[in-house]
Design a protein around this ligand. Sequence first.
Ligand code: DGT
Ligand code: CA
Ligand code: CA
Ligand code: ZN
Length: 583
Amino acid sequence: MLTNRDIADRFEKIAVMLEIKGEIIHRVLSYRRAGESIRELPRDLRAIAAEGGLTDLPNIGDTLAAKITELLETGKLEFYERLSAEIPPGLVDIVAINGVGPKKARLFWKELGIVTIEGLEAAARAGKLRDLEKMGEKSEKKIIEAIEALSRRTGRTPLGKALPAAQAILQRLLAVPGALEGAIGGSIRRGRPTIGDVDILIASDHAAPIMDALVSMENVARVLGHGPTKSSVELLSGLQVDVRVLEKARWGTALCYFTGSQAHNVRLRNLALKRGFSLNEHAFSPVDENGSIVEDAPKTLCATEEEVYALLGLPFIPPELREDAGEIEAAQASKLPALITMNDLRGDLHMHTTWSDGTLSVREMAEAAYARGREYIVITDHSRSLGIGNGLSIERLLEQQEEVRRVDAEMKGRIRVFHGTEMDMNADGSLDYPDEVLEKLDFVVASLHVSLRQDRTTITRRVLNALQNPHVDLIGHPTAQYIPDREPADLDMDAIFEAAKVSGTALEINSNPRRLDLEAPYARRAVEMGIPIAIDSDAHAPEQMDLLPYGILTARRGWVEARSVINTWPVEQFMAWTRARGR
Ligand code: DGT
Ligand code: CA
Ligand code: CA
Ligand code: ZN
């Protein structure tokens, strides 16, 4: 399903393509401005479209509204498909190079047939650009430098983009006749927050049709390699996808190998060597005392990963743990954690409604959460100082409480609905509501949203203040990172963990794939210190409740068990916990 950001990206891409085409600036700007407006929207376009409100948005007239509707309904845009046939979409990436505008991109394309950054770089290094109109050795050198800078800047793709793209491709490939089994491997399977490239495995005896299906997908920008059992493509999004086809009899060794991590694989190979085998993606092969593979000796194939680990004397190790971060030792000692799963989640303690910047009412969010199997939720709209989030004054907060109580009564026997807040930890270190207001609430989340670039002492003190307040139950998205655009705030995490341990305040794993905050290593440390965790959706719209699996994946990478997570607890236990915290 396309998000506001996807549609904004698309319109901005169209603007650049029109510019390369040489369209009048008025038309170019209409797409660019529309893209910018959509990117800034505080609400889901889908909801606005459902209300018929698209043309009320800034910079959106009838024509663009129709295009948004087409994108929302079909996921595609006829106009864009036609334009792509005329203007290679890879040129848009070239325009992103510092110092290369649409005119230059057009020049390189028309004169030298260059349609990708790599093509441009090769031409520049070969000295082919300098003789073009208005170019020279100096500008050629500048382009090489700018390309190098660009490749340092980009690189990894957020999990939230890579995983849905990988799933869509996997489904396409599994639909090819002869495909028996398929999986996403690599860093996606391990749940890393950002992804270098996508690795997909398919078990089949007929690789060719699967390879052909991959390279002929319409969202392929370039084919990087097209072999008999192994191919790589670059998608229009820039994401690289590696696909390998193998026999089902070797599925276990192959999936294990291509899941990684490389460090984990090295450990497994060493364990295999100790047992007299060389282990690779194909099989366990007997080795002699020098470690050389014994030719003609029978190899052992593994159809499942369980068999691979069993041959190494280990229980199955969940992919999220495979980072050589103690999982091998834990497995050897039968001390692997019983990792949390989606089924363990009962509550969701952080979400927004139309009272602040959400898209649905309290009742609608409760229904949406109930439909997804939640047993209890906390409504946590923004607090008064957060202007951009339409934060609630004390009066509106108390008014909202009446509505929450009413909805809770209406939903009786189906889901419990509690009243809370996502309160700002203000730039001056104060909390955004006084204690006498906080004590009226069932649950208090405190979050950093503003002045995120304060120095370490100042910004850490804001969080420590919140941790010292007995009314604060949870620190929301503690580091305030935003993947990939914003680094975590410069916090003294040691001090924060120590303070949370003393106060017993929970720390959040925010499931939004743009946040994934806390990340796994911090979550693991919190659990080791006995600090409670909450895994929340922070939903501003109902479909964002479906992002919880990203939080679960992150928790699993952090060795988190259900018992450490307060919203896996039955509602009575959760209530007893918050009450014991001074309510
Ligand atoms: P990424 O793509 O940077 O997010 O990270 P990965 O882990 O997906 O890495 P990738 O795509 O290069 O390779 C996928 C898996 O294949 C990797 O996790 C382990 C395995 N693999 C690839 N190359 C090697 C290698 O040279 N040695 C070993 N032991 N394993 C490898
Ligand atoms: Ca990968
Ligand atoms: Ca790869
Ligand atoms: Zn929130």
